[in-house]
Write a protein that binds this ligand. Structure first.
Ligand SMILES: Cc1cc2nc3c(=O)[nH]c(=O)nc-3n(C[C@H](O)[C@H](O)[C@H](O)COP(=O)(O)O)c2cc1C
Length: 188
């Protein structure tokens, strides 16, 4: 009886080992090309973008405003501040520095931004409209004071229906473990 048990255990071990190595070789063969592209006015989203790029072994690229935002520009209590004026105008497309990345090379594009007035900043629209993202799988992520990412993603989906938008995630104070789990689940 004991012999039978050992034989069964040995057979199961061989099966488990071959399934694992097959998965491994599949992963190597199908290694996805991932890009992390982000806008960040004060550095919070940048830190998160760098973490994602490290976990996903991805290329990373910043969407830089042609004219950086000063603290006065970011004053949401002032209706005349640059950010308030831009966010009040759905057609505003602030100039950005040329982004020297060919998005067509990538299987997945993580797109990060801070939430401004429950939306993605207009610089993100400028980027989307200058990069050729049609048909690409784009995964939004954001940081915020407290707002969720939901409204910003809904508006992006509605504005750019030819992009394959994924649900996205708000990454405020997310542990490294949670971030790792989310990234690997997203690009598997
Ligand atoms: C103009 C402006 C508008 C903002 N609007 C919101 C908002 O609607 N909801 C929210 O939770 N946080 C809001 N915030 C806070 C930012 O989303 C938050 O500080 C973010 O992490 C900043 O990211 P960054 O350092 O990458 O620029 C706003 C910040 C600015 C400057």
């Amino acid at each position: 009886m004991n012999h039978l048990k050992y034989l069964l255990l040995a057979v199961l071990t061989v099966f488990a080992a071959s399934a694992c190595s097959q998965n491994k070789s599949q992963n190597i063969m199908e290694k996805k090309k991932v890009l992390v592209v982000y806008f960040s006015a004060t550095g919070t989203t940048r830190q998160v973008a760098k973490q994602i790029a490290k976990i996903a072994d991805a290329d990373i690229c910043e969407i830089a405003s042609a004219k950086p935002y000063s603290s006065a520009d970011l004053d949401w209590t002032n209706k005349q501040s640059r950010s308030s004026v831009e966010m009040n105008n759905p057609k505003a497309r602030p100039e950005i520095k040329a982004v020297s990345v060919d998005v067509s090379k990538y299987d997945y594009v993580f797109l990060g931004y801070p939430i401004w007035w429950d939306l993605a900043p207009r610089t993100v629209n400028t980027f989307i409209e200058t990069a050729n993202l049609a048909g690409k799988t784009v995964i939004p992520f954001a940081t915020s004071g407290s707002s969720t990412i939901a409204n910003s993603v809904a508006v992006l989906k509605q504005s750019y229906p030819n992009i394959k938008w994924q649900t996205g995630k708000l990454l405020n104070h997310v542990s490294e473990k949670e971030m790792e789990a989310w990234v690997s689940e997203t690009i598997k």
